[in-house]
Structures are given as C-alpha cells and as structure tokens.
Design a protein around this ligand. Structure first.
Ligand code: FAD
Length: 383
C-alpha cells in the first residue's frame, strides 16, 4: 500500500477540511445544545459531492475511491460526529447497499436524490429485543398477492425522523435466524409507518435517532432489495464497509482531541510555565498521537483492501474495534489535559468524549468485534 495520497485524494481532503473548518466546527457546540444540526448541512454535503463518493456517476454519484471516502469521513468526524453519522448512514449504509444490491429501478429512483442530499436514507436493522443478535429480529413481512405487509418495530435508527427512505430488514420466511430475513426499501411516508425521535442521548445530540413502528405497511414486491431471504447478507455487507466509515469518524475524533490538547497545553500555565512543559502532560498528548496514527493506518488499510478487491471484513472489524476504543481513550486523555475546564461545555473536549462513547457500541459492540476477529482466527464461532 502506498501511503502517499494522490493529487485527487489530497484535493478532496482539502475540500472537506475547509468545509469542516468553515461550516461545521464553528456550529458543532450550538447544534449539540439545540439537539439538532442545521438540516441545510445535508444539501451542502450533497453539493460538495461527499454524499456521492464511490457511487457511480451514472447514478448521480461523484465516483472517487474508498480512501477519498475515508478522508472525507475523517474530516467530518473531526468537526462534528453528528454530521459525520448522517453521511455514514445515508451514503455508507443505504446508497452503497443500493449500488451493490438494488434493482435498476431502485437505483434510478433513489441514488441521484441521495447523492445530491435531496433525500436522506436510514438503516432499520436494530429492534428493541435484538441488537447484537440482529439475526433473530422479529419484524415480519407477509406476502399479500404481489405485495408485502410489514409489521414490527425498530429502534435507535440514525436519521430516523429525517429520512425519506428506510432500508428495512424483516423476516419473510419461516427459517430461523439469518436465513429468513429480507431487505426492503420503504418510503418513510408509507401509510402505517410512524416515527418518534429518541431524546436524552449522551452524545451525538445533533443527530436524529428514532424509533420506527410499522403497522401493516404495504410495499410492492419490487421494494425487495436483493433476493428474498438474502437480507442478512445485504445488512452484513453494508456493515462491513460501514465499520470502516465509523473507524474513520473515530480517527477524526482522536485528531480533534490531539489538536485541542496540544493547543491548550501550549496556553495554560501552571507552576510558572505552560503545562506543555510538564512531562506527564506530554505523556497524555503522545498517547493520543500514537492512537491517532495507529487508528488511521488500520482504517486506510481497509480502504486499500476494498479498492484492490481483497477480503476486508476482519480488517474492518480490527479497525473499528481499535479506532473506537482509541477515540474514547483520546477524548479522556484530552479532557485530562484540560483539567477542570474540560468538564465544562464551553470547551470542546467534553463533547468529543460524549460523542466518542457510542462508537464502541454501534455497528457492532467492541465485544462483538472481538468475537468476529476471534472466529476469523480460530475458525470457531462463539455466537
Ligand atoms: P445488546 O446487544 O443488548 O448488548 C448489551 C451488552 O451485551 C453489550 O456490552 C454487548 O457487547 C454485550 N453482548 C451482547 N451479546 C454478546 C455476546 N454474544 N458475547 C459477549 N457480549 C455480548 N441500529 C440500526 O439498525 N441502525 C442505526 O442507524 C443505528 N444507529 C444507532 C445510533 C445510536 C446513537 C445508538 C446508541 C445505536 C444505534 N443502532 C442502530 C443500534 C446499535 O447498532 C445497537 O445499539 C448495537 O448493535 C448494540 O445492541 P444493543 O444496544 O441492543 O445491546
């Protein structure tokens, strides 16, 4: 793998960095307090081509390689994880699944709007009773002539109340576990689908996280994404790449922690000199720096493997596990550098810690990723 970025990759990173510094980072604290990012940001992400990265141009995408996608995601994570998550889900989980599994009609109908930021997608897998154990979800889609009637409930759905379309997973067959699951594309305004925003989150407060309730929601047979009974494969292929996106967002959080800690250590004086002079403060900063580098390299490796058409699922778990734990460690270390001021929301590191905390929980908890990595190494499944 060549670690030198190409001219295109450097340009897209500069574009994202500039956008984040001007239009995201200055508003992140206010959006966090208001519990809503400015919705206009979605249109801006679309106009800059970020929501179409890696999507073919014939469907309204902006093309680009997976490392470009990682670089943009990292910058967004540096500025505001609530904004980064909108892209990771609408592009990373929904649009990319349509590219891989959607019918020509689904691609033509939804991809241009998703890539332009004119529509938002959400990913409905988790249910109140099934989180890590997603293969045992209970939402059902029953055949009614050529249509399906879907009944069930989803929870913790990112973009849930903002979304125009849901990539939804439901049980269509009697087979137990993952074999009876199918994926559907459900318009968010379908009769019988109700949404309620979940408030009181520790972090990612600017992001709309929702519960979805489906009461005999009718969709045509053409709403199936991929073959009937292959929905779990659709979900897992989306999440394998999605974990790279979460890892990239975590690199951004850790980088923001490093930038903040270095700046503060150079300004704050104690014992007659800046705290940067104290060796134990330097230790906190160097621990963050090592985590940033290691998490970034693991994440770039996943992008490189995808580009070369190599298997990447285990490496994606490694990157997500390491980067998410590193983001939490780095935010904790940065808060320590800030001392008591870090505990006050006038300063940036408290939000970084709150936003980092969910990264070890969603798109597979740290425990689940350890089991996935262990299974790949030993050939023995602990599930
Ligand atoms: P549980 O599965 O109940 O786990 C509880 C604890 O038990 C964890 O520590 C877990 O690691 C541990 N555990 C469980 N099983 C095992 C095992 N076999 N071995 C060892 N330990 C185990 N879901 C979506 O579908 N779409 C979204 O857009 C989405 N966005 C989210 C946004 C936020 C802010 C949050 C908080 C969640 C989101 N989720 C989403 C759901 C998320 O993916 C789940 O929360 C996650 O998969 C964990 O499931 P759970 O919360 O039910 O925890």
């Amino acid at each position: 793998m060549d670690l030198a970025l190409s001219a295109e990759q450097t340009a897209v990173r500069s574009l994202a960095r500039d956008f984040v510094d001007r239009e995201v980072a200055p508003h992140a604290a206010a959006w966090d307090r208001a519990e809503a990012v400015d919705r206009a940001i979605v249109g801006r992400l679309g106009a800059l081509g970020f929501l179409g990265l890696t999507v073919p141009e014939e469907y309204g995408g902006s093309g680009g390689d997976h490392l470009s996608y990682v670089l943009v995601t990292e910058e967004l994570g540096r500025g505001d994880s609530a904004v980064r998550g909108i892209l990771s889900v609408s592009l990373g989980l929904v649009a990319k699944s349509l590219v891989a599994w959607g019918s020509e009609e689904q691609k033509r109908e939804w991809l241009p709007r998703l890539c332009a930021g004119e529509a938002v997608g959400c990913f409905g897998l988790t249910e109140p009773g099934t989180g890590s154990d997603a293969a045992h979800l209970t939402t059902r889609a029953e055949r009614a002539g050529s249509d399906y009637l879907i009944t069930g409930a989803k929870t913790f759905i990112t973009n849930g109340t903002w979304a125009d379309v849901v990539l939804l997973f439901a049980r269509t067959g009697p087979e137990p576990g993952h074999r009876g699951i199918s994926a559907f594309l459900v318009p968010a305004d379908a009769p019988g689908l109700t949404r309620r925003e979940i408030h009181g989150k520790l972090g990612l407060r600017g992001q709309a996280t929702a519960e979805l309730v489906l009461d005999t929601v009718r969709v045509p047979g053409g709403a199936l994404v991929g073959p009937a009974g292959k929905g779990f494969a659709v979900a897992m292929s989306a999440l394998a790449k999605g974990r790279m996106s979460v890892a990239a967002g975590c690199v951004g959080i850790a980088q923001a922690c490093l930038d903040a800690a270095v700046a503060y250590a150079g300004e704050r004086e104690q014992f007659g000199r800046t705290i940067a002079h104290h060796q134990l403060v330097q230790e906190l900063i160097s621990d963050i720096a090592v985590d940033v580098d290691a998490a970034r390299l693991l994440t770039w490796r996943v992008a490189d493997l995808i580009e070369r058409g190599r298997p990447f699922a285990t490496e994606s778990s490694v990157a997500k596990l390491y980067a998410s734990e590193a983001a939490v460690r780095s935010a904790n270390n940065a808060l320590q550098v800030y001392g008591g001021y870090g505990y006050i929301d006038e300063y940036p590191v408290g939000k970084l810690l709150r936003d980092a905390r969910v990264m070890t929980l969603y798109e597979g908890t740290s425990q689940i990723h350890k089991l996935l990595i262990g299974r790949a190494l030993t050939g023995v499944s602990a599930f």
